[in-house]
Design a protein around this ligand. Structure first.
Ligand code: DGY
Length: 323
């Protein structure tokens, strides 16, 4: 029997590429070069499955291909706002993602960012490397204590809950939550958390605000100038969700005029391009979208895609079908 043909749009961990190649007729992207819209149109005409990831914008035009062959976009990653979901539905293309397996590592990175910005670790590291450290003194690089403070979590899915677990049980933080739908009280009880019904009511309560909601048009600019104004003047914003959730111009203004204490970002609106205003802000920590970047998570993400493909080509419902 012919194996289904599968295109990987980027390099994946070796063990997963090898396993995929045993079960499928796989084309790898050995140069790890991002694909263009024209490449996607060609891929959708040619392969049974395309395995994209967060760097691949798959628009309605890319899917509008005569005699399209692709039946599934098995995404490597949990977020899928880079795929035009309604166009995929129109062309009968299924979409799957990779939840769960990256939640702990992404929450670990959100904690890393929270601690870095509160304790001015980025500034300290830059100072040491630049040879500018003149020695210990009581007033040097004074930061903000994290333990016992109030953390607002926006989006209380799997990653948001892992963040709450770390912050509450590890750092004794009080947890307040904003989520589109009501959160099961037994889940809130695990972290002694309170759900606040409006984002505008949550923001003034928080010493730290961490974003864990999906990206996409619906949440674009959710954190805008008005919302930044609702934050305490010494509060910190952490974003490991998607760049578009934060209006970067408004954030840069808030950081430059010290209307908030600082921010830490792992994701950017036009990544890998960085808004030049952000680069000027010292009270900002920036990392290159590495929330899930551990060997364990990246391999597990690949194997989760494989599970979804296996289900799909066996004719059963893939466990992570999102559209
Ligand atoms: C995702 O999974 O959506 C991340 O942004 C990459 O791990």
């Amino acid at each position: 029997m012919m194996k289904p043909s599968v295109l990987l749009t980027r390099r994946w961990p070796n063990v997963v590429e090898q396993k995929l190649a045993e079960d499928y007729d796989v084309v790898l992207n050995r140069d790890d070069r991002p694909l263009s819209e024209a490449d996607f149109r060609e891929a959708i005409a040619k392969y049974d499955a395309v395995l994209p990831t967060v760097t691949d914008k798959i628009s309605a035009e890319a899917m509008d291909v005569p005699k399209a062959r692709t039946k599934i976009l098995a995404n490597y990653g949990v977020g899928f706002s880079h795929i035009d979901v309604s166009a995929a539905a129109k062309h009968g293309i299924a979409i799957t993602n990779t939840p769960d397996v990256l939640s702990e590592c992404t929450a670990d990175l959100a904690m890393t960012l929270m601690l870095m910005v509160a304790r001015r670790a980025g500034e300290g590291e830059r100072e040491v490397r630049a040879g500018g450290w003149s020695g210990w003194r009581p007033t040097h690089l004074i930061g903000t204590k994290v333990s016992g403070k109030t953390l607002g979590i926006i989006g209380f899915g799997r990653i948001g809950q892992q963040m709450a677990r770390r912050a509450h049980h590890g750092f004794g933080m009080e947890i307040v939550v904003y989520n589109r739908s009501p959160v099961d009280p037994s889940i809130l009880a695990q972290f002694n958390a309170r759900q606040i019904s409006s984002l505008d009511d949550l923001l003034p309560l928080c010493d730290f605000v961490s974003l864990h909601c999906p990206g996409g048009a619906e949440n674009r600019n959710m954190i805008n100038a008005a919302r930044l104004d609702l934050m305490k003047p010494d509060a910190f914003l952490i974003n490991t969700a998607r760049g578009e959730v934060v209006n970067e111009h408004a954030l840069a203004q808030a950081l430059m005029f010290d209307t908030i204490g600082g921010a830490a970002l792992d994701v950017f609106d036009a990544e890998p391009r960085i808004n030049p205003m952000l680069a000027q802000c010292d009270n900002l920590v920036m990392l290159p979208h590495m929330g899930s970047a551990t060997k364990e998570a990246r391999e597990a993400m690949g194997f989760r895609v494989l599970d979804n493909l296996n289900d799909f080509f066996k004719g059963s419902a893939p466990r992570d079908r999102v559209a």
